[in-house]
Design a protein around this ligand. Structure first.
Ligand SMILES: NC(=O)c1ccc[n+]([C@@H]2O[C@H](COP(=O)([O-])OP(=O)(O)OC[C@H]3O[C@@H](n4cnc5c(N)ncnc54)[C@H](O)[C@@H]3O)[C@@H](O)[C@H]2O)c1
Length: 343
């Protein structure tokens, strides 16, 4: 199949490109490199033995995504391009709605114009209302929705757009995958997460402390109602997540018409202290910790009910936290500066 991967140069998209290429698909990356490096394309080819095509363009420009779809005639689109920093979304909400929502509408119009019906969309567990009692967990696809940030609301807005579009278009075939906390890297150590500036997420932060780029990890909250007092999240290996996308694509192209939402997580939570300990074991490094204060709105525990993905797609995460840390460390220690200077 020809697959267009928007945001294919980014963290999740690059790992999915490898899986697609290895399974024999033709891949075109559509990216504006606003949060990624061009060097990733060479690394993808090194891992997969085949180079994806590139269409450099901006999703906010309808003509760019229209030309990409007209030129590459994809059978399916995997849609990762978007902005994803919760804190930044509070300061720049319009940028988030413009890229995430208007950008997706531009893409859908182009898909409709050229009869491209299969779409896998990167949604997020942030679309759920924060779980406040143990009864709220695990989060199933029918748990209450109620994102608390502009980022989360932009993701939920896209889900509404996609559901409405699918209701009006009988051929639409759409999977909305709600990721929990993707971490880790490709086991080759050639591709991984390369955040710009100070990382917003726990694992890349720990990895940069371990490699000596940052002095210590600030523990954002140690007073939660959990066994060790730190927040618990559902971490899922990036390679498991990538396989989930391939399974979703297979499901769509096997004849599914309509639109569904699905959790991609392990169904198991790990505390911040457990993640630090696992990373210390994987890297042989000690992570210095400084006590900080919780971020506003942070919750104690969040993890998925991942049974729908297993029932419908036959997908189940198999990697352990130790695997995730070992692969993240291999990537970080071999590439302390990530992909190097962004070009
Ligand atoms: N990483 C996570 O923890 C996580 C969790 C849940 C959902 N998601 C979603 O998954 C998707 C991918 O996440 P990621 O971690 O790979 O992010 P990323 O920032 O590494 O990748 C996004 C890619 O999209 C590109 N991009 C951004 N705006 C663009 C535009 N206007 N036009 C074209 N390309 C553009 C960036 O250059 C980048 O290569 C995002 O939509 C994100 O919201 C991520």
């Amino acid at each position: 199949m020809n697959v267009l991967v928007t945001g294919g140069a980014g963290y999740i998209g690059s790992h999915v490109c490898v899986e697609l290429l290895e399974q024999g698909h033709n891949v075109t990356v559509f990216d504006n490199f606003s949060n990624s490096s061009r060097n990733v394309l060479e690394r993808i080819s090194q891992v997969a033995g085949k180079r994806p095509s590139l269409y450099e363009g901006d999703l906010r420009k309808a003509q760019n995504i229209g030309c990409a779809i007209l030129t590459h005639k994809p059978d399916a689109v995997m849609h990762f391009a978007g902005l994803k920093a919760v804190g930044e979304s509070v300061i720049k909400p319009l940028d988030y709605y413009e890229t995430n929502v208007s950008g997706t509408v531009n893409m859908l119009k182009a898909m409709q114009a050229f009869n491209v019906n299969h779409l896998v969309f990167s949604s997020s567990a942030t679309v759920y209302a924060p779980p406040t009692t143990p009864d709220d967990l695990p989060l199933t696809e029918s748990s209450a929705l109620g994102p608390v940030s502009p980022y989360g609301r932009s993701k939920l807005a896209v889900e509404h757009v996609l559901a409405d579009y699918a209701a009006a278009n009988p051929y639409a075939s759409i999977a909305m995958l709600r990721y929990f906390n993707p971490i880790g890297a490709h086991p080759s150590g050639l591709i991984g997460e390369d955040p710009k500036g100070i990382p917003n997420n726990l694992l890349p932060y720990i990895a940069q402390v371990a490699v000596g780029k940052l002095p210590h990890l600030t523990l954002l909250g140690h007073g939660f109602d959990t066994p060790d007092g730190t927040g618990i999240r559902d971490y899922v290996h990036i390679m498991d997540l990538a396989e989930g996308h391939l399974a979703a694509l297979d499901y769509l192209t096997a004849g599914f018409e309509g639109c569904f939402a699905m959790n991609l997580g392990t169904g198991q939570g790990h505390s911040v202290l457990e993640v630090i300990a696992a990373f210390e074991r994987a890297s042989g490094k000690t992570i210095p910790i400084v006590e900080g204060t919780p971020r506003p709105g942070d919750i104690a525990v969040c993890y998925a009910d991942a049974s729908k993905a297993q029932e419908l797609l036959g997908w189940k995460a198999t990697c352990t936290l130790a695997d995730m840390c070992a692969d993240a460390w291999r990537w970080q220690s071999r590439n302390p500066e990530g992909y190097g200077r962004r070009q």
